[in-house]
Design a protein around this ligand. Structure first.
Ligand SMILES: C[S@@+](CC[C@H](N)C(=O)[O-])C[C@H]1O[C@@H](n2cnc3c(N)ncnc32)[C@H](O)[C@@H]1O
Length: 244
């Protein structure tokens, strides 16, 4: 990708904060912030890929010192433009390798963003990096959807996700590499639009078992799963999807 900000460069950053999106609604944000504040206790919180501060900002406003790591300067500029945005320190860099001063009682990586590390090596490096930032007993919280691979009939490698308004989203899978791609096509177009996606983004889906293994080897083992349609720590989900 040519843009140093990656997929989340200026065009995406400009429209990222969509208050009508369910992941920006209080029902999605508040339980996540409450869980993270509880886990942070009297310590600091490290948000990997903090973006425009959807979670980091309200967490900071609850009195938890928050530091972010973020690849995209365009996203950080949006964070800085919000009230309270200046109270959050941000280090620009790749969350798999970027070091930050001090230690944290909780680190978190939400909204499926683990998948933006598109190889298992990068994901393992990220877990190692987090482990080096955590206090003993500290938590690493991951919120991610798990692809519905069981819905794939034999021989099929693509699943539809959502049609409209505005666009059609589908995902194609490569079982050998564990990578999947999001395909985004305008839904106003005729159905043939699906064969000529306007955007295509590769991501990597580590299996839940792999993720738990990585967390254990990093000295931390709590997963709160959620993501697309199932926000982190929603009361309905939290009890049966938290793994120690
Ligand atoms: C879906 S947004 C999530 C932002 C924020 N955490 C939230 O919950 O709204 C994904 C963010 O991850 C950032 N990102 C992607 N890959 C990254 C990497 N390797 N290191 C740091 N940030 C990364 C993007 O720039 C973008 O801001």
């Amino acid at each position: 990708m040519d843009d140093p900000d990656g997929y989340f460069g200026e065009p995406v950053a400009a429209s990222y904060h969509d208050p009508s999106d369910r992941m920006f609604q209080p029902e999605a944000v508040d339980p996540a912030v409450s869980l993270l504040a509880e886990l942070a206790g009297s310590g600091r919180a490290l948000e990997l890929a903090i973006g425009t501060g959807r979670i980091g900002l309200p967490l900071s406003q609850r009195g938890v010192p928050v530091h972010g790591i973020e690849l995209s300067r365009a996203m950080v500029a949006r964070l800085r433009g919000k009230p309270g945005g200046d109270a959050i320190g941000v280090t620009i860099g790749d969350m798999a390798a970027t070091r930050v001063d001090g230690v944290f009682t909780v680190a978190y990586l939400v909204y499926n963003t683990i998948n933006n590390l598109t190889s298992q090596d990068a994901q393992v490096a990220c877990f190692r990096n987090v482990a080096e930032h955590l206090t003993p007993g500290g938590c690493f919280v991951i919120e991610t959807a798990i692809p519905n691979l069981r819905h794939l009939p034999p021989g099929q490698d693509i699943l539809g996700y959502r049609a409209g308004p505005g666009r059609i989203v589908s995902y194609s899978f490569n079982h050998a590499t564990q990578q999947y791609r999001g395909h985004y096509a305008p839904s106003a177009a005729r159905s043939s639009a699906l064969t000529s996606p306007t955007a295509c983004r590769a991501t990597n889906a580590a299996s839940v078992v792999t993720a738990i293994g990585m967390m254990r080897s990093a000295g931390s083992a709590r997963i709160c799963a959620g993501g697309h349609g199932h926000p982190l720590a929603s009361p309905r989900r939290r009890s049966n999807r938290t793994t120690r």
